[in-house]
Design a protein around this ligand. Structure first.
Ligand code: SF4
Length: 427
């Protein structure tokens, strides 16, 4: 099969390594998938993948280690259960994330989020963008993920189709982290789609190739960016998605939310398959991939026997709300400067329960894929130092204490120095 790496990106596929293996990312609306879809993903992972599924910090799922010839079969397998990957990589509107879990307001945001995802995915008017365009719907400000999106829509007043949202623009991390700014507050739902289209059209027309919306914001300034968006908006009418009936997949707070740790977002397909079987027996029909690379089940009720069975499969209930985000680092990513999972394991071994209830993120390079600036403690492998015949990573350490992005508090640390400083923070 003759495959063009550039053309594959729009299908959510990257070439992963020199062995010619591929990564396939799958868009999950707000991280939600049904147990039927979860079973299908596990089955595709067994048939074609490397034995694990990778959970991303945008609530998507990735297959790694794929053969090029298997890509069409995976596409068919995804389509059979209503899943797709169009625009999951490349210059397109990426998977739309939501970090609000199954909490209040989640039901309303996920209805609108699904409409947006369908509208922008595979729509030629919104592909061919200078770079990725990230949208998030949030049911509140708790997790602060509105700060790092090209476009974030935060529910501030829930009233069915008359709900209102704050709109944030031009945030992003990467090598030049920048918090988004509040573009407008309390915008009615009917005005969100024309606004989103206008922002993306402005980005598509004036954005610099290879740069995010935040760069256009920095180049034009807030006043000029607002002016150009307003110009576009003049030609658009308010647009409401009319539903024939209430389309919430799950009522707010039905049953028990059961968060489960998945170390480094690496999920064995066998364990995942067994987990779904167990969860179905417990009355679960939907589950979440969270932006902390974990899973969350919505079960009718839990029990000691159920939790023991989960632990036997390697899933620990995360009642303390800990978050440990870890990018693949040089285990799998060509940009990685360190073995992120080994470092994370060392931190867990060293500090154990002292990490409970805390958020920690490790990125294998300055691209910040693990969102270290949004964690209480963020770690970035920032450069390599020669030591005899080998090269070892040095680290920058970030702390987040206010409402904005975390700030670097130390740089160029060796692994030992890093561990000592993390230990001082979490005494
Ligand atoms: S942060 Fe760097 S090493 Fe980690 S996944 Fe992103 S690009 Fe790769």
């Amino acid at each position: 099969m003759n495959l063009d790496d550039q053309q594959l990106r729009i299908e959510g596929i990257y070439r992963q390594n020199e062995r010619g293996e591929y990564m396939q990312r799958v868009k999950l609306p707000g991280g939600i998938l049904s147990v039927v879809q979860a079973k299908a993903l596990a089955e595709l992972g067994v048939l074609y993948g490397s034995g694990t599924l990778h959970l991303t910090t945008r609530g998507s799922i990735e297959f790694h280690g794929l053969k090029g010839g298997d890509l069409p079969a995976i596409h068919r397998g995804l389509a059979a259960v209503g899943l797709f990957s169009r625009g999951a990589c490349g210059g397109a509107v990426r998977g739309i994330s939501c970090s609000s879990s199954f909490g209040p307001g989640f039901g309303r945001t996920q209805v609108l989020l699904r409409h947006f995802l369908k509208h922008f995915s595979g729509n030629p008017h919104f592909e061919g963008l200078p770079k990725k365009f990230k949208i998030a719907f949030e049911a509140g400000y708790e997790k602060s993920r509105h700060l790092i999106q090209d476009l974030a829509l935060v529910l501030v007043e829930e009233d069915g189709e008359n709900s209102r949202y704050d709109v944030w623009l031009a945030g992003g991390l990467g090598r030049e982290p920048q918090a988004g700014f509040l573009y407008a507050d309390r915008i009615p739902e009917s005005e969100l789609l024309p606004l989103a289209e206008s922002v993306i059209e402005v980005y598509r027309e004036w954005g610099e190739k290879g740069r995010r919306l935040k760069t256009l914001f920095n180049t034009l300034g807030e006043y000029e960016l607002r002016k150009r968006i307003a110009e576009r908006l003049k030609s658009k009418e308010p647009a409401r998605f009319i539903d024939g009936f209430a389309k919430q997949l799950l009522p707010d707070r039905r049953g028990l939310q059961l968060p489960l740790n998945v170390f480094a977002g690496e999920l064995s397909v066998q364990s995942f398959d067994q987990l779904i079987t167990l969860a179905v027996e417990q009355g679960c029909d939907w589950l979440l991939v969270t932006p902390d690379q974990d899973l969350e089940l919505l079960v009718a009720q839990s029990s000691e026997a159920f939790e023991q069975a989960l632990r036997a499969l390697g899933f620990t209930p995360n009642y303390q709300g800990s978050a440990l985000r870890i990018c693949p680092g040089n285990h799998e990513c060509r940009m990685g400067l360190c073995t992120t999972r080994d470092l994370a394991q060392r931190l867990v071994d060293e500090f154990g329960e002292r990490l409970n209830g805390r958020s920690l993120a490790i990125s294998g390079c300055r691209n910040s894929c693990a969102q270290p600036q949004l964690a209480e403690i963020g770690i970035i492998a920032s450069k390599l130092k020669r030591e005899g015949e080998t090269r070892v990573a040095l680290y920058d350490l970030y702390r987040r204490e206010g409402d904005g992005l975390g700030e670097a508090v130390a740089s160029g640390l060796t692994e030992e120095e890093l561990l000592a400083q993390v230990g001082d923070f979490i005494v």
